[in-house]
Ligand binder design. Structure first.
Ligand code: AMP
Length: 210
């Protein structure tokens, strides 16, 4: 079992406002005391026991952390540090301050074709990088694509949320039912073997939305 820093995260970071939340996680803005740099702290609730339906299992948290540790790309979030206490694991992530692509799109009547392709190119660059490392994201959707700065004419995007991401091992058949209904590939719903191609279905749905 991997252990993370057992020290109190509050000793090293000032924790600020909530940025968003997921199923068993809350993400808050934070500032590293030693450097003044801002980050996003993702507080993931740990599952207490095997039979419990609440919280995230150790195995799933470690998978998310291990995948995050491996990635370094301009269009993908990076991991800075990991802490844990009895109830939670805290991921200190690069802060993406411009909000979700989901909200950006919701505020607009429509995008121009040029704007749509500019987003899509970056999404594909990020996905190509992940796939080159045999990492399938498995939850690509506008809520998990964030803008660095929404006020500039050509916002840069970052893929976030590696909670469902898996390394695709060609020797093993990987099957699972998960994801978000509107974006999920047919092979997920049909409980068939999954691979990197499942992400491309989601990219197709995102392209349609854009
Ligand atoms: P997640 O459970 O990782 O999808 O995070 C839940 C929500 O928190 C996301 O939908 C975002 O709105 C927000 N969020 C997650 N990571 C970051 C980040 N690195 N910077 C800013 N906001 C984030």
């Amino acid at each position: 079992m991997t252990t993370f820093k057992q020290e109190n995260v509050d000793e090293y970071y000032d924790i600020g406002e909530e940025l968003g939340s997921g199923h068993f996680a809350v993400v808050r803005k934070c500032r590293e005391k030693s450097t003044g740099t801002e980050f996003a702290a993702k507080f993931i609730k740990k599952r207490r026991s095997k039979s419990s339906k609440r919280g995230v299992s150790r195995e799933d948290i470690e998978r998310e952390v291990n995948i995050l540790k491996e990635i370094q790309h301009p269009n993908v979030i990076t991991l800075h540090d990991v802490f844990e206490n009895k109830a939670e694991v805290v991921l200190i992530l690069e802060l993406v301050a411009g909000g979700e692509l989901f909200d950006f799109l919701a505020e607009k009547e429509s995008l121009t074709e040029e704007q749509a392709t500019m987003f899509l190119k970056q999404i594909l660059d990020g996905v190509l990088y992940l796939h080159s490392k045999q990492i399938a994201h498995f939850d690509l959707k506008p809520e998990n694509i964030m803008l660095l700065n929404r006020t500039v004419p050509h916002p840069r995007i970052k893929l976030i949320d590696f909670g469902l991401a898996h390394k695709i091992d060609f020797g093993n058949e990987f099957k699972n039912i998960f994801g978000t209904p509107e974006f999920v590939a047919p092979e997920v719903v049909n409980y068939e073997p999954l691979g990197l191609a499942a992400d491309m279905w989601s990219v197709g749905v995102i392209t349609y939305i854009l």
